[in-house]
Design a protein. Structure first.
Length: 126
């Protein structure tokens, strides 16, 4: 089965999550509110695919899974806390974050949306 996520088509209905603190993040600035939709799997499954949206704000999180993500809407600055490297992402840009990476998120648009694939128990080679 193929489930398309097209930039020029409407997203599936997003369910409100509330504060990003409900996801284990620490808010640094503002009141970022999250919402999401699962495309494949459930949140506790090893391999999931979904959509995550968030309102403007700044927060820190430690990735609890390996993730490949692509910006669907808006913009975000992601800073790797360990290295200090910051990259700003816009619609169509992608990144990979390894499990255990601490990231400072700064949502710079009123609304940010990404689609992602996450794996909790993946094996990375060095």
């Amino acid at each position: 089965m193929i489930k398309p996520l097209l930039l020029d088509k409407a997203l599936p209905e997003l369910m409100p999550i509330g504060s990003v603190t409900h996801l284990g993040s620490v808010v640094v600035e503002g009141d970022p509110q999250a919402s999401g939709a699962m495309i494949h799997g459930e949140p506790a499954d090893n391999l999931t695919c979904g959509i995550f949206a968030c309102t403007k704000g700044k927060f820190k999180m430690i990735y609890p899974f390996d993730e490949m993500a692509t910006v669907h809407e808006g913009s975000v600055k992601l800073t790797d806390v360990k290295t200090g490297v910051m990259v700003e992402y816009h619609q169509g840009d992608s990144w990979f974050a390894a499990k255990g990476t601490e990231v400072l998120w700064e949502i710079t648009s009123e609304r940010f949306v990404k689609h992602y694939m996450a794996c909790i128990n993946g094996q990375l080679s060095d």
